[in-house]
Every structure is written in C-alpha cells, then in structure tokens.
Design a protein around this ligand. Structure first.
Ligand SMILES: Nc1ncnc2c1ncn2[C@@H]1O[C@H](COP(=O)(O)OP(=O)(O)OP(=O)(O)O)[C@@H](O)[C@H]1O
Length: 237
C-alpha cells in the first residue's frame, strides 16, 4: 500500500442555504493520479476549491500528510504544499515567462527557485526558449505549460488541476495529456477535474464520480472496459 498524501473526509460545502458537497470522502496516495468526474454542477470544482481554501468548508476534514488543513486560506494551504492550476490559467500576461515561473516558488520557504527553474525547464524546454517573452505571446498550449510549470516551481505535495483541457484545441489537448503523463512519471500526486474523459483516463489511476455533491461510484481506471459508455451513462444520467 502506498502512503496516503491527501485524505478528504466528510467534506461539506454550502453556498448560502444550498448544500453543494454533502460529505465527500476520498484519498490520494503518494504518486497516485485521481480524476474527479461528474456532470455540470455536481461539485467537482467546489471540491478542489474547498481543499485549496478558496471556499471554506462548513464540515469535514482535509488532511495533507497528517496535517489538517481544512479551512485554511489559499496562501496557507499553498505553503503546506497544495497547488491548484485553474481553468482560467491565471498567469500574468505582461510579465516574462521566467518571472511568472519564479512567482511559483514564493511562499515555499524550503524551495530554491534556481533549482526548480532548471527542473521546470527540463520538463518544458519550450518555456526555456521563450523565457524572456511576455506570457501573453505564448500559444494556448504553452500558456497551459506555463501554468503547470509555475505550479511545479513550488515542489507541491499534491497538484490539483481544474479542467486542464479547458478551451484548448484538440492538438493542445494531446500536449496536455503528455504533460500529465510526464508529471505522473515523476511521481507528482494529482487530483484532476476534467470533462474530456479520454484525457482524464490517459493519466489517472483511479476515478471518482460525484453526483449532487456526493460520491456515487469510484474505481480503478485499468479495470474499466475499453469503451467507456457505462461510465458516461453513470456520470450524466
Ligand atoms: N460561489 C458560488 N455561489 C453560489 N453557488 C455556487 C458558487 N460556486 C458554485 N456554485 C454552484 O454550486 C454547484 C456546484 O458547482 P461546481 O462548480 O462545484 O460544480 P462542477 O461539478 O465543477 O461543475 P462544472 O462542471 O459545471 O464546472 C453549482 O450548482 C454551482 O452553480
């Protein structure tokens, strides 16, 4: 059994009176990639945001390597080693690629930016070639690389990815799949929310299906049949 990195137990989120997460439980082990699936509005992004601290849960616990981080604000969960890459790819368009990357190492005291830059550039040589360019001059796929690269700069204990394929053309979706496989090969634990099942299953070891803020089903990706029709039906019907 691999050691558990993240344990989410009984996680509850409400917006006003509306219950969005009604007690969600799951774990992510060291080196494991888990994908969180579900129809629109089932609570996938809310789960990530409640772990990172963008949304404060009203119940339950979030434990990172034995430390309860539930309810901490994002800069504190980040300092503990949780990093989220969001759909909006919130990079700074008018800053150079390298300056965007360096921001990723701030707030993580144990991390040396120079070492991490070399590591990120070895992942993404294209970012090294473009390190002096403004981030806005990068292609969509390269901007996604930059967002992931910046997240890696903090040497995260776990990386949360919200729709890494969001808004990208099919050509770039393949690039994102390659990035995720590289990270997985390097043992970075990941929790991925992704509508594109092909992409989600390309990297994930396990899947979890949310419906109306509860876990409906889960299992190992390698135990799924070749065509995913049943899963699609479970998710959307
Ligand atoms: N800040 C907010 N205030 C009020 N309601 C919200 C807020 N954020 C999300 N919701 C609602 O909570 C529910 C769950 O949203 P969430 O974004 O977690 O779902 P999701 O599974 O990620 O959906 P999608 O695939 O559409 O992004 C939705 O009904 C959404 O409208």
């Amino acid at each position: 059994m691999r050691e558990t990195v993240l344990t989410v137990a009984g996680l509850k989120v409400t917006y006003g009176k509306k219950e969005i997460l009604r007690g969600v439980d799951f774990t992510v082990a060291r080196g494991e990639v888990v994908t969180l699936l579900g129809a629109n509005g089932s609570g996938k992004s809310s789960s990530l945001n409640a772990i990172t601290g963008f949304v404060k849960p009203v119940g339950g616990s979030v434990t990172l390597e034995g430390t309860d981080i539930a309810g901490l604000p994002p800069h504190r969960t980040f300092a503990h080693g949780v990093v989220q890459v969001s759909q909006a790819r919130d990079i700074f368009p008018d800053m150079a690629v390298e300056d965007n990357l360096r921001l990723g190492a701030l707030l993580r005291r144990e991390v040396r930016a120079a070492d991490e830059l070399e590591r990120v550039y070895s992942y993404f040589p294209r970012l090294k070639e473009r390190r002096r360019q403004h981030a806005r001059t990068l292609s969509g796929g390269e901007q996604q690389m930059l967002a992931v690269g910046r997240a890696l700069m903090s040497r995260p204990k776990i990386m949360l990815l919200d729709e890494p394929s969001g808004g990208l053309s099919p050509q770039f979706v393949n690039e994102v799949a390659e990035i995720m496989l590289k990270l997985k090969g390097d043992g970075v634990p990941m929790l991925i929310v992704e509508q594109n099942l092909h992409l989600a299953f390309a990297a994930a070891d396990r899947f979890i299906i949310l419906r109306d803020g509860e876990i409906l089903e889960g299992g190992r990706v390698d135990a799924l049949p070749e065509n995913h029709e049943d899963i699609v039906r479970t998710i959307y019907l």
